[in-house]
Design a protein. Structure first.
Length: 488
């Protein structure tokens, strides 16, 4: 039965594997795709230091917020097998989610028996959050799988297994640091039955060594480089943690409740999750701690959780197991046909949340890909370009060239009061003409305009570009492209 559940979860995701990395949180997926591209181009550097296609102060910009394991998998898949970075980026998420479904089954089976294990695996596999993360080119699928391995590796009296469990959890933190809230649950699960100080020491060594080594390295790279796009330390300095004004807003809690109810186990099963948390059972305690630790992210990173539901995915395995416990007890009173019917409704409700953000291709997606192919054919691999399409880096990625994104509406955008944005403004950001000339002085060779209608609405900027630089690919309604190395 477990094989049928996992296979069904895979089949639901397969149609999305060929979708472009546009739409649902596209910018997150784009940066992972860029880092995979750089791993293929320059593996000696990019495999260790996450590097993007964006240029910042001369060299390629560094992304030091986490280690991009998803990018590593996509790069390896692209180099070893047929298929694009986008395909392998989604496929790695699907395969790791498949493995996580098995791990949820095994973990729940150890505590509550095979039938609850099967229910938990099904709830996890077909949870809206599980389905969406299962085809998203991000680190969430890998982080969940390694987190589950850390729970499955502990619980014996062997110190090396404790060290392994701690090490796996540490790798999870390298991929997604906000999973730290799950640590108390892991400690309880491993040591509740057989605690010794020696075992705890080995476990803590496993936790501390990898994550400390990684972030020490990241800190060293950051202080040595002026090309860091973002990092854990810079975000801490920008006040991304404990946003007090958001925590005082009633709308914030309405949003969080909606996310938990819809994204975790759907409104259909959410009451079972709540009742399971409220009804004390000794064996459920580690999973309750796990769930509460995941919910602590709401307090630590309220803005992140408010904007990005996947920041709560660390609690999904525990939510699935807790829901399965009470759901099984409840359904035992009814014939099996009722259980099958109820689970069928659950899958249908989950698909209602899954299909719209994933299978709906956003307007302009095919256009971005077409422009990218044209620009790739018209330029050399070493050419640096300025790519303009909204505020995103999507066009830059699909052009497969290093360079800069360019917001035509930069003059009217309100910039956050943060050091990196203040530095850009001092260099001319906000004035399209001044900023374009700044980028040209840094080596930009071509300007690519993906939205000509927006371009010509900015009369001052479009007139300046048309009068100053020769247009190439003239006559195309799809895009405009200018040679910044020559003047009229």
């Amino acid at each position: 039965m477990i094989y049928l559940i996992l296979l069904a979860g895979v089949l639901v995701k397969v149609p999305a594997l060929s979708q472009p990395l546009l739409g649902y949180f596209a910018s997150y997926q784009m940066f992972n795709a860029m880092m995979a591209e750089m791993m293929i181009r320059d593996p000696r550097q990019a495999l260790l230091v996450p590097t993007t296609l964006m240029i910042l102060n001369g060299p390629p910009a560094l992304q030091l917020l986490y280690y991009p394991f998803a990018s590593l998998c996509a790069a390896a898949g692209t180099m070893c097998f047929p298929g694009s970075i986008e395909f392998w980026g989604r496929t790695q998420a699907m395969l790791l989610t498949l493995a996580s479904g098995w791990a949820v089954f095994d973990l729940a089976k150890r505590y509550f028996g095979e039938r609850i294990g099967l229910l938990a695996a099904m709830i996890f596999t077909f949870s809206p959050m599980g389905l969406i993360s299962g085809i998203s080119f991000q680190n969430e699928a890998a982080a969940i799988f390694i987190l589950l391995l850390s729970f499955l590796s502990g619980g014996t009296s062997r110190a090396w297994r404790d060290f392994l469990s701690g090490g796996l959890f540490s790798v999870t933190l390298i991929l997604r640091l906000h999973f730290i809230g799950v640590l108390p649950a892991l400690v309880w699960a491993i040591f509740a039955q057989n605690f010794t100080w020696r075992r705890l020491l080995f476990f803590l060594l496993g936790v501390v060594i990898p994550v400390t080594a990684w972030f020490s390295f990241v800190y060293h790279v950051e202080i040595k480089s002026n090309s860091v796009l973002t990092s854990l330390f810079s975000q801490m300095g920008e006040g991304r943690f404990l946003v007090q004004n958001l925590l005082r807003s009633p709308k914030f809690y309405v949003r969080i409740f909606d996310l938990l109810m819809a994204q975790w186990v759907t409104p259909l099963l959410f009451p079972f999750l709540v009742l399971s948390c409220l009804s004390y059972h000794r064996l459920r305690l580690p999973f309750l701690l796990w769930l509460l630790g995941a919910l602590a992210t709401i307090v630590l990173l309220p803005q992140k959780v408010y904007d990005h539901p996947f920041y709560l995915i660390s609690g999904l395995p525990a939510a699935s197991i807790l829901t399965a416990c009470l759901f099984y007890d409840f359904m035992n009173r009814f014939p099996k046909k009722v259980l099958v019917l109820f689970l069928g409704f659950f899958v249908a409700v989950s698909l209602r949340y899954y299909l719209p953000p994933i299978l709906t291709i956003p307007t302009g997606a095919s256009k971005i890909q077409q422009i990218g192919k044209h620009v790739e054919m018209m330029t050399q691999p070493e050419d640096r370009i300025v790519a303009s399409y909204g505020q995103s880096v999507e066009l830059l990625y699909y052009c497969r060239r290093m360079g800069w994104s360019f917001d035509l509406q930069m003059a009217t955008r309100k910039m956050p009061d943060q050091k990196r944005y203040r530095d850009r403004i001092q260099k001319g950001y906000g004035d399209p003409i001044q900023w374009l000339e700044r980028l040209r002085s840094e080596g930009a060779r071509y300007l690519v305009i993906g939205e000509p209608e927006q371009f010509y609405q900015n009369h001052e900027f479009s007139d300046y570009v048309d009068k100053t630089y020769p247009e190439i690919a003239a006559g195309s309604d799809l895009f405009r492209m200018y040679d910044l190395t020559q003047s009229r």
